[in-house]
Write a protein that binds this ligand. Structure first.
Ligand SMILES: NC(=O)c1ccc[n+]([C@@H]2O[C@H](COP(=O)([O-])OP(=O)(O)OC[C@H]3O[C@@H](n4cnc5c(N)ncnc54)[C@H](OP(=O)(O)O)[C@@H]3O)[C@@H](O)[C@H]2O)c1
Length: 250
C-alpha cells in the first residue's frame, strides 16, 4: 500500500515535533523543517524523519525543501512554525511585529504555495495551518501575534473555497495555551494550559475529520469566543482591567 506523507514546518520542537512523532507512529513518511541544523540532525537519527534546514520566511528555501520532499508525494502539509512575543511591551515593538509577520504569516503563505505546486498537479492534498485562539481578539501587548494568526485564519477560510474543486482540503487550528518551549519562556499566567501530547492528538483528529476549524481546549475556547462577540466597547473595558495587562517597559 502507498505510504501517506506529511511535511511539518517548525518540527524541531514543541507542537511540530509532537505532531511529527504522532504521524510517524501512524505510519506516515514525515518531513520536518526548522532553522537549527544540529537539532534536526539528531531528530533525523532518532526518528528517521526527513529533515530540511529552512527559514520559513525565505520563500526560495521553503519551495526547494517541499519540492524535494514531494518528489515521493505529499498528502498533508502543516504550517506550524511560529513565534510569539517573549515579553508584552507597553508600547508597540515594531521590529518584533515585522518578524512575526515574516514568520507567522509569510511563512504560512510560502508553505502553502510550495505544497500547492504538488497538490494541484496531483489533484489531492490537505493544507493545515496552526493559528491561535489569540486570533479572535486584539489582545493587549501582542498586536502582531493576534493579527498574524487572524490573517492565517482568513487565508484558510478563503483557500477552502478556492480549492474545493481541486479536491484539496484546508484546516485551521486555533489552540489555547500548550506547554511547549514557546510558553515556557512566557512570564504571564496561562489558564487551561494543556500538554503538547494532548494538543497534537486534537490536531491529528481534526485533520483526519477534514474540519475547516479546530478549537481547543473546549472551556477556555468558549470563554475567548464569547469575548470575541461582545460589543467592542464592552470588550475594551474588560481588557483594560489591570489584571489583563502584563506589559513590561521596553
Ligand atoms: N504553545 C502555545 O501555547 C501555542 C498556542 C497557540 C498557538 N501556538 C502556535 O503553535 C505553533 C508551534 O508553537 P510551539 O508552541 O510548538 O513553539 P516552539 O516550541 O517555540 O516551536 C516553534 C518551532 O518553529 C520553528 N521556527 C521558528 N521560527 C522559524 C523560522 N523562521 N523558520 C523555520 N522554523 C521556525 C522552531 O524551530 P527553529 O528554532 O529550529 O527554527 C520550532 O521548531 C506556532 O505557530 C505557535 O504560534 C502555540
Amino acid at each position: 500500500m502507498l505510504q501517506l506523507s506529511v511535511f511539518i514546518t517548525g518540527g524541531s520542537s514543541g507542537l511540530g515535533l509532537e505532531l511529527a512523532k504522532l504521524y510517524k507512529a501512524k505510519g506516515y513518511r514525515v518531513g520536518i523543517c526548522a532553522r537549527r541544523e544540529d537539532v534536526l540532525q539528531k531528530l533525523a537519527q532518532d526518528y528517521s524523519f526527513e529533515t530540511f534546514v529552512v527559514d520559513v520566511s525565505k520563500r526560495a528555501e521553503v519551495l526547494s525543501a517541499i519540492a524535494k520532499f514531494s518528489e515521493k508525494g505529499l498528502d498533508i502539509v502543516i504550517a506550524n512554525a511560529g513565534k510569539s512575543y517573549e515579553n508584552k511591551t507597553r508600547l508597540p515593538n515594531f521590529q518584533t511585529a515585522r518578524e512575526l509577520i515574516d514568520i507567522n504569516l509569510l511563512g504560512v503563505l510560502n508553505t502553502f504555495e510550495a505544497a500547492l505546486e504538488r497538490m494541484l498537479q496531483q489533484k489531492s492534498g490537505h493544507l493545515v495551518a496552526i493559528s491561535s485562539i489569540a486570533a479572535l481578539n486584539g489582545l493587549p501587548g501582542v498586536s502582531a501575534y493576534s493579527a498574524t494568526k487572524a490573517a492565517v485564519g482568513k487565508i484558510c477560510e478563503s483557500f477552502s473555497l478556492d480549492l474545493k474543486n481541486e479536491n484539496i482540503n484546508v484546516t485551521c487550528v486555533y489552540p489555547g495555551f500548550i506547554d511547549t518551549p514557546l510558553t515556557q519562556k512566557t512570564p504571564h499566567p496561562m489558564p487551561s494550559m494543556i500538554s503538547v501530547e494532548e494538543a497534537a492528538k486534537k490536531v491529528y483528529e481534526g485533520v483526519k475529520k477534514k474540519k475547516l476549524r479546530v478549537f481547543f481546549p473546549f472551556k477556555f475556547t468558549l470563554m475567548v469566543r464569547l469575548l470575541s462577540v461582545l460589543p467592542r466597547r464592552v470588550y475594551l473595558k474588560i481588557m483594560s482591567m489591570k489584571r489583563f495587562n502584563y506589559s513590561v517597559e521596553d
